[in-house]
Design a binder for this molecule. Structure first.
Ligand code: SF4
Length: 493
């Protein structure tokens, strides 16, 4: 059956509307907009939310699920009424309509003399945007005649460690915060309904476009900024507003005496000159790197619900590795590892890392604190490999600060990420030819392949594994080439 179009306000539309009425209008009037189609990373967030929601329900024995087509509000409300009348101790997706606002409460828990409203979140703590989300639900449920005594956010407990998932969830009482917001909810509902019913609201883009969530329609509202806009200055933050207010739109407009941090000052020099800037200190910074040199990169997954011993919710675990080894005595070597299936891959990846880095005097990583953290996790959880893994960690040298403190090319665009730096300095290097070309997508695909492999046909799995291998290898190859280029630049500086 096709989905009848609905222009009714819902809990999620209410939350979007209080962020921006223009966003709400597009959500209601263009529900099939291409911007709203989830990519792999966003889909992973949705899937994670569903899984966490299902696990939360298991904490309420005897609970009844309201289960109808997602658009069939009438049926959902009827099922909810039946569950209430039949004495269900808890109702999942309990559905109500009041003030022409639809809400489906994650868990409505029957308590003596009233009800507890429980909103389940795949976060490790309560966050500010959760309060209006809960408040509009309390408003609608109370307006439907139920006595809601208390409202909780049920979130993941960062202290929980697999295999003991008995404390996977923590409940935070947000009744007071919701009650504070509640008196203003009817007026908000009215304002949002008017915005939905009218023509596209005129809203200037501003800080609300990314707070509390990044809006899907940024490209529609934000004008394309000129090259080297002052907002691209390294770590400029809110100071950019002051520069713009003073009439400086691009780095070219800045006066010579404007105070900037070291990398930002170098950026301004480079942009004004339209050429690469290399500091004399580069040779010194590279002097600590000894051959044989390994170039190491990990890809990780961070499941909301931990699946391997000792892991906590959202803890990042290395499941893929690429390592190139450069030794003047022989050709460049490549080592790689990619976990397969849901079993704990840590002993195998630990061995692969130790073997790949064997004999390397320096191990280069880009933003090495990430690799160091993952190595320390492995050292703590792979019996018998602790010493060897900490030894790998002790040989790590971070290439990022070497670049940041010594080199700037106008094409960096204010970023020192490997994906900004390497293509700017190394001709012909890029990520555009890859099917998977950034870490968030890689992590989402990895999590699906490892923990939900049956959802992906075998042929597709093989293809995705190849794409993941190509992506991780590109990162370490980019480091090899970047290092080579830096060495040349140091010699010429
Ligand atoms: S980009 Fe900003 S102004 Fe435009 S719809 Fe989104 S939140 Fe509203």
């Amino acid at each position: 059956m096709t989905r009848p179009a609905t222009k009714r306000l819902s809990k999620s539309r209410y939350c979007s509307g209080i962020q921006c009425t223009k966003l709400l209008w597009w959500l209601v009037h263009e529900p099939d907009a291409p911007e709203l189609k989830p990519d792999a990373s966003l889909q992973a967030v949705f899937d994670r939310g569903h899984r966490v929601g299902e696990l939360a329900r298991e904490r309420f024995p005897g609970g009844v699920l309201v289960d109808a087509e997602y658009w069939n509000v009438k049926e959902k409300v009827e099922q909810t009424k039946r569950a209430i009348a039949e004495g269900a101790p808890a109702i999942f997706e309990a559905s109500f309509v009041a003030d022409d606002v639809f809400v489906a409460v994650d868990i409505l828990e029957r308590r003596r003399g009233g009800w507890n409203l429980v909103e389940v979140k795949s976060t490790t703590k309560v966050k500010e945007p959760h309060y209006p989300d809960v408040a509009v639900q309390v408003h609608v449920v109370r307006s439907s005649g139920l006595d809601v005594k208390r409202a909780d956010v049920m979130h993941l407990n960062p202290e929980c460690a697999f295999p003991d998932l008995s404390n996977l969830f923590a409940r935070s009482d947000v009744t007071r915060e919701a009650e504070t917001i509640l008196p203003g909810v009817p007026a908000e509902i009215g304002r949002l309904k008017r915005a939905m019913a009218g023509s596209l609201p005129e809203v200037e883009p501003g800080p609300h476009c990314t707070d509390p969530y990044e809006c899907a329609f940024m490209d529609r509202c934000w004008p394309e900024l000129p090259a080297h806009h002052v907002t691209t200055l390294y770590r400029i933050g809110k100071r950019a507003d002051a520069l713009l207010a003073d009439g400086f739109e691009t780095i070219h407009d800045l006066p010579d005496d404007v105070r900037l941090s070291g990398p930002a000052a170098r950026q301004a020099r480079s942009v004004r000159a339209g050429s690469l800037v290399v500091e004399p200190g580069l040779a010194n910074a590279l002097a600590a790197i000894e051959a044989p040199t390994a170039f190491l990169d990990f890809e990780t997954i961070n499941p909301a619900v931990p699946v391997w011993n000792g892991c906590h919710p959202f803890e990042a675990i290395a499941v893929q590795m690429s390592c190139h080894v450069l030794d003047a005595r022989g050709p460049l070597q490549h080592h790689e590892f990619l976990a397969e299936g849901p079993g704990d891959p840590r002993p195998a990846i630990a061995e692969a890392i130790i073997a790949a880095c064997d004999g390397a005097k320096t191990i280069l990583a880009y933003n090495a604190s990430f690799e160091k953290g993952r190595l320390e996790h492995l050292a703590a959880h792979v019996p018998g490999k602790r010493g060897a893994l900490l030894d790998v960690a002790s040989r790590l040298v971070d290439l990022l600060p070497i670049v940041r403190d010594n080199v700037y090319h106008p094409d960096f665009g204010g970023s020192f990420s490997l994906k900004a730096v390497a293509p700017a300095l190394v001709a012909g290097l890029g990520y555009g030819d890859l099917d998977i070309g950034e870490g968030g997508t890689a992590s989402a695909v990895l999590e699906t392949l490892l923990l939900n492999e049956e959802s992906v046909p075998e042929e597709q799995r093989r293809k995705l594994r190849g794409q993941l291998m190509a992506y991780c290898e590109r990162d370490t190859m980019a480091m090899v080439k970047l290092y080579g280029q830096l060495t040349k630049l140091a010699g010429a500086a």
